[in-house]
Design a protein around this ligand. Structure first.
Ligand SMILES: CC(C)(COP(=O)(O)OP(=O)(O)OC[C@H]1O[C@@H](n2cnc3c(N)ncnc32)[C@H](O)[C@@H]1OP(=O)(O)O)[C@@H](O)C(=O)NCCC(=O)NCCS
Length: 180
């Protein structure tokens, strides 16, 4: 698989099958109210799939808008409705030890299975790779076929059983840069 340039993913509007236009962008501290609204609309089951518990801890929620970009990045899928936007999904990446980055993806229940997770995971994986990651890991507290499918789309994936549940490790495609 070839990962699409995140610049292209971040600079264009994407139209979901439902016709909803969505833009991907980095989150920022002033997004607190968009994030609160988004988290309120996500079911306990989906929150558990992402965080391992049905209510994100204050710190986990805060880290979706406040982060040190040298170690962590968060992008949101923002639906555009007239002049205002609302979050329908978020994805984050944390750079771990050399070459490995942890990713997480959360999509609002009513927008799941319409390609938002694919857009977010592709963009966040590309950002991880640009920052030196060769592999990404996703931790899944319980069986999660949609997340596993997203990881398998990114590259060759192996599953392991870990303390927090199942983890999927995916090798990202190597970038071949042209000589200047
Ligand atoms: C996992 C999650 C992010 C996927 O996002 P999404 O927007 O629903 O996914 P997409 O529409 O891009 O579909 C991804 C793939 O999963 C498949 N899929 C979607 N819903 C599915 C379901 N209920 N069962 C099986 N496969 C499903 C899609 O067909 C697609 O497969 P493909 O890649 O072979 O085409 C989303 O379901 C979610 O937020 N879940 C709760 C949080 C969570 O569990 N996060 C993962 C831990 S980090």
């Amino acid at each position: 698989m070839r990962l699409t340039d995140p610049g292209a993913l971040l600079s264009s509007a994407h139209v979901l099958d439902s016709g909803l236009p969505v833009r991907l962008r980095l989150t920022r501290p002033s997004d607190g109210r968009y994030l609160d609204q988004f988290l309120r609309e996500v079911s306990g089951e989906s929150l558990e799939g992402r965080f391992g518990h049905a209510e994100p801890a204050r710190e986990e929620a805060r880290e979706l808008t406040f982060y040190d970009p040298r170690q962590r990045l968060v992008i949101a899928a923002a639906a555009l409705d007239g002049g205002s936007e609302s979050f329908i999904g978020v994805a984050d990446v944390t750079l771990l030890e050399t070459g490995l980055a942890e990713i997480g993806v959360l999509v609002a229940d009513r927008h799941q299975a319409s390609g938002v997770g694919r857009l977010l995971s592709e963009c966040i994986a590309h950002m991880a790779r640009d920052r030196g990651a060769s592999h990404v890991r996703a931790t899944m507290p319980r069986a999660n076929p949609p997340m596993l499918s997203l990881m398998e789309r990114l590259g060759p994936t192996v599953k392991t059983v870990e303390r927090e549940g199942t983890a999927a490790y995916t090798r990202l495609p190597v970038v071949r840069r042209r000589a200047a």
